[in-house]
Design a protein around this ligand. Structure first.
Ligand code: DP6
Length: 311
């Protein structure tokens, strides 16, 4: 086969990856834990052969250099036409690199007829973007070294993740540069990494027990500490918008009224609220009412990246 299609979902980390021990190989300083999100989906088709590399994302031609680097790492030297489509608003700055590189790794190996284990595909996707390693196994995924593994399937725990879009347009400093700058210049960085090493085993215990107040509060603390590290960088990295803080306050208010919902925030302005399915409607409505919030996507847990069998 010289043509194959794969789907993958983006993921949100509850214990974040923010710091590399190897900048070239994209190896993390500490382990991270994430959940794949069903509504944040990328579909990628790779067709081998042709005269030059072409990479198209949501209908627009892109620089194919990062795609080529991943194909080279897979041992694929043929030129490729890669067509990728996100089911969610990329322009809003939602993380698309994780689902994008996971789908690319799976589709490229399928197109080239290369049989690879999930671990090998995860390690390959990692070379495109670190967090993509976790989108290959999907579900609840832990990434500690070269590749990520699924520690619980998506069915383990029926939760909802309400993604509040707090800005339009791409963020100012990407994760790659922000992470490097935090490691090199933030006086808090070593403490942040040590905190992640304590948070991961605790988060896994809370996940196993399906302890929402425990895991929710841990995830919110972990995210705010990552942002404390970024804020302490030189120059400082402030990823938030006024709507980001307003969402955090709204969730605090809701918790005061007995609604169990906690926030996590990646290297951008958007807030992801973690809650039980029964509370999702209320959380969604409250976040929609926050000034500056453009939209709210309510997601459920999703599985791993998969090649699509043509029929
Ligand atoms: C804040 O995976 O985008 O989302 O490895 O440099 O491509 P690179 O970075 P990337 O960083 C993700 C950072 C984060 C936290 C996380 O997903 O764990």
């Amino acid at each position: 086969m010289t043509k194959a299609t794969a789907v993958a979902h983006a993921n949100i980390a509850l214990v974040k990856y923010w710091g590399k021990r190897d900048e070239k190989l994209l190896l993390p300083q500490a382990g991270s834990l994430s959940i794949a999100l069903d509504k944040l989906r990328t579909v990628t088709t790779v067709e081998l052969g042709g005269a030059k590399d072409v990479f198209e994302l949501d209908g627009a031609a892109q620089d194919p250099s990062r795609v080529r680097a991943l194909l080279d790492a897979a041992g694929i030297s043929e030129k490729a036409r890669v067509v990728s489509r996100n089911d969610f608003p990329t322009a809003a700055g939602l993380a698309s690199s994780a689902s994008g590189f996971a789908a690319l790794a799976v589709a490229a190996c399928a197109a080239a007829g290369l049989r690879r284990t999930t671990g090998e595909l995860s390690a390959l996707a990692r070379l495109g973007s670190g967090s993509a390693a976790r989108s290959v196994p999907g579900g609840w995924a832990v990434w500690e070294g070269e590749s990520a593994r699924q520690v619980q399937p998506p069915q383990h725990w029926d939760l909802r993740f309400c993604v509040a879009l707090c800005a339009a347009g791409p963020k100012l400093t990407g994760s790659r540069d922000g992470m490097r700058s935090s490691k090199e210049t933030s006086p808090f960085h070593a403490a942040w990494i040590e905190q992640c090493r304590r948070d991961l085993p605790e988060a896994l215990r809370l996940l196993e027990q399906r302890d929402l107040p425990g895991l929710g509060a841990l995830a919110e603390r972990n995210a705010l500490r990552m942002h404390a590290d970024a804020l302490a960088a030189d120059p400082p990295l402030l990823y938030w918008e006024p709507a980001t803080i307003a969402c955090l306050k709204e969730l605090q208010l809701l918790r005061g009224r007995g609604v169990q919902a906690w926030a996590t925030i990646d290297a951008g302005p958007h807030v992801v609220a973690i809650c039980a399915p029964a509370d999702a409607k209320q959380v969604e409505t409250r976040l929609r009412g926050v000034s500056g919030v453009k939209d709210v996507l309510v997601c459920a847990p999703a599985g791993g990246a998969q090649a699509v069998v043509p029929f």
